[in-house]
Design a protein around this ligand. Sequence first.
Ligand code: AKB
Length: 322
Amino acid sequence: MNNLQKVPSVALIIGSSGQLGSELASALLKERPDQTLICSDLHQGTAPDGALFEALDVLNKPRLEDMIKRYGIQEIYHLAAMLSAKGEQKPEMAWRLNMEGLLNVLDLSVKHGVGRVFWPSSIAAFGPGTPRDLVPQWPVMDPRTVYGISKLSGELWCQYYFQRFGLDVRSLRYPGIISWRTPPGGGTTDYAVEIFHEALRTGAYTSFLQAHTRLPMMFIDDAVRATLELMRADGERLSVRTSYNITAMSFTPSELAEAIQSRLPDFQIDYCADFRQAIADTWPAVIDDQVARLDWGWHHRYDLNALVDEMLTNLAAASVNP
Ligand code: AKB
C-alpha cells in the first residue's frame, strides 16, 4: 500500500477554525489533495481551497450523525473544546462541551464505522501529584481544572472505546501550542503567543504568569506533524490508547523574553500574575515523551531558538502583507 492509499479520502475536522484545526486542514489537504475534507466549527467560517465548510455544534448529535452519513466520513479530528482558563470561568459548559462532544463523536463513530478518530488531550490532565520534571507516560494524574478533568476522563473513554468496540481512536497530550496564523483561545499557555504579538506591536508585554513558571511547549508545525504521524502510524505499534506524552521544549516567561530580546533588544517584559498562575502551578514543567518516540518515531524539530525565529519572522511578514 502506498502512502496515499493509507490516507482516508473523506475526513471531518470538528473545531476547524481554532488554533490547531486551521493548520491541520491545510496539512491534510497537502497530504492528500484529492480527498474530501469537511471543515466544521460552531459558527460559519472558512475552509482552505479544496475543502468544504459546514457549521456544526458537536453537541447537536443528530446533525453530526447526518454529516457522518451524508459524506461517508472515514476519519474524524475532534478538536472542539473549551481550554483551561476559560473552562474555569464556565465550568459546567466546559464539562458539557468537552465530555458530551467527545462521547457523541465516539458513539457515532462506532455506529457508522468511522475508521479512525483523533482527539487531543493535554498536559492539563496532570496535576500536583504528578512529578514536575520528566513526567513519565503513566504517572499519577490528579488534574485540578475542569478542562484537565475532562481530558483525563476523555483519555479513559478513548481507551474504553478502543478496547470495548475496537474503535481506532488515537490521542496526544499536547503541551502549550505556539502559532502565528491563528491565536489560541482561553488557555493558560496563551501568554507564549501573546508575547510575540505585543513584542512586535508595542515592544512590551505584561505576562500573566510569573517569570519562572516553566511549562512544556511546542511550535504549531511540530504539533500538526505529530498529529498526522500518529494518525498514519501502524496501529500494531501503538502501546498507548489513552493518550501519548509529547513535547518539544520547556521554558519560562523570562527565558522566552530573553530569547526575544536577543532579536529585539528594546523589548520589555514585566509580570502581573492572575488566576492562570494557580492553574500553571499544578502543571508539570518537563515531559518525558520517550514512549511516543519508541512507538511511532516522534521527534520534534523546533527548539526555543527556532520557534522564536519562526514566530517573529512570520508575524512581521504578516503585518506587512496582512
Ligand atoms: C491551555 O493552556 O489550556 C492549553 C493546554 C495546555 O491544553 N494550551
